[in-house]
Design a protein around this ligand. Structure first.
Ligand SMILES: [Zn+2]
Length: 290
C-alpha cells in the first residue's frame, strides 16, 4: 500500500514536470530555466505554490498575487500522471510480478503520450521532440530490456531466433513499422477519398513510437480501438465547436494505454485468430494436395 502511494505521489510530481513540457516544448523553451512564472503578472511561483494538485486547490485555481486564472489543465495532467504511475505500479509489479524497469518503461511511454495528447489538444500538433526521442529509444530499450517483447511465462513473447535481445530488437522494429504503417496507410486512403489532409504525419510517428514499445500485435489492436474513442468524443466536438480537425493523438494514446493494461486479453485474442487462420490454411492445403 505504501509503495502504491509513493508511486502515486511520484507520478504527481512527474505530472507537474509534464505540464512544463506541454507548455514549453512547442515554444522551444528550456525545460529547466527559468523557473515557473505566472503567465499574467510574470511573478515567479514559489515552491509552496507549486505543489501538485494541492496548491491548485488551496489557491482555488488563481495566482496568489494577481488572481489570474490558472488553467485546469495543470491539475488534470498532474492527477492523470499520478493515476498512471500508481496503477502501473500496482498492476505490473504487485499483481503481475514484472521487473521494475518494465513498469518504468511503460510509465515513460505514458508520459510521452500525455505530453502528445495535451499539446495536440492545445495546438493540433504532435511534438517531434517527443516522438523522435520515443522512436529512437524504443529499439534501444527493447534490446537492453528484452522482457519488453520476450517474456517467458507472459503472453508477450516474440521468438524468431535463439537470442532474446535480437528477438526483442526485431519485435520493436516490427512494431514501429506495423503500427506506424497502419496510420500512414489510413492517411493515404483518407486523403484519396476526402481530397484533403486527414491524418498528420505526427500521428504516424506517435503510433510508431507506441508500436516500438508494445509490439505489433498490441499496435494493431490500439489502431483499431482508437477510432471508437474518436467517434465517441469527436462527433460531439465537431457539432459543438464546428472544428474540422479532430486531434487524434488523445484517442491513439488512450487506446495504447488500454492495450498495455489489457495486453494478455488482446494478445491471446490475436493469437487465437492467427491459430484459426493457420488451421484453415492447413486444411485448405491438405485438401488441395489430396
Ligand atoms: Zn499572477
Amino acid at each position: 500500500m505504501c509503495f502504491i502511494l509513493c508511486s502515486l505521489v511520484f507520478g504527481l510530481v512527474i505530472g507537474s514536470f509534464l505540464n512544463v513540457c506541454i507548455y514549453r516544448i512547442p515554444e522551444d523553451k528550456s525545460l529547466f530555466f527559468p523557473g515557473s512564472t505566472c503567465p499574467y503578472c510574470g511573478r515567479s511561483i514559489k515552491w509552496y505554490d507549486n505543489i501538485p494538485l494541492i496548491s491548485y486547490l488551496i489557491l482555488r485555481g488563481r495566482c496568489r498575487f494577481c488572481k489570474g486564472r490558472i488553467s485546469p489543465i495543470y491539475p488534470v495532467v498532474e492527477a492523470l500522471t499520478g493515476f498512471l504511475f500508481g496503477s502501473l505500479f500496482y498492476y505490473f509489479i504487485i499483481l503481475r510480478h514484472e521487473p521494475f524497469y518494465i513498469c518504468l518503461i511503460y510509465a515513460g511511454l505514458g508520459c510521452a503520450l500525455i505530453i502528445c495528447t495535451f499539446v495536440d489538444l492545445k495546438l493540433r500538433i504532435i511534438p517531434n521532440e517527443v516522438t523522435y526521442t520515443g522512436l529512437a529509444l524504443a529499439p534501444i530499450l527493447s534490446f537492453t530490456f528484452p522482457e519488453l517483447h520476450h517474456f517467458q511465462g507472459k503472453l508477450r513473447c516474440f521468438t524468431i531466433t535463439e537470442n532474446p535481445r535480437i528477438d526483442a530488437l526485431a519485435a520493436s522494429f516490427l512494431g514501429i513499422v506495423v503500427a506506424g504503417g497502419l496510420i500512414f496507410l489510413t492517411g493515404i486512403v483518407a486523403k484519396a477519398i476526402l481530397k484533403r489532409e486527414a491524418m498528420g504525419f505526427g500521428d504516424v510517428k506517435l503510433m510508431g513510437m507506441v508500436g516500438g514499445i508494445i509490439g505489433w500485435k498490441l499496435g494493431i489492436v490500439a489502431f483499431f480501438i482508437a477510432p471508437f474513442f474518436g467517434l465517441l468524443m469527436g462527433i460531439p466536438m465537431l457539432i459543438l465547436k464546428k472544428a474540422n480537425i479532430i486531434p487524434y493523438a488523445p484517442f491513439l494514446s488512450l487506446a495504447s494505454l488500454i492495450c498495455i493494461y489489457l495486453q494478455d486479453f488482446f494478445i491471446s485474442s490475436i493469437n487465437s485468430y492467427i491459430d484459426l487462420y493457420n488451421q484453415i490454411l492447413v486444411s485448405l492445403i491438405s485438401r488441395t494436395t489430396t
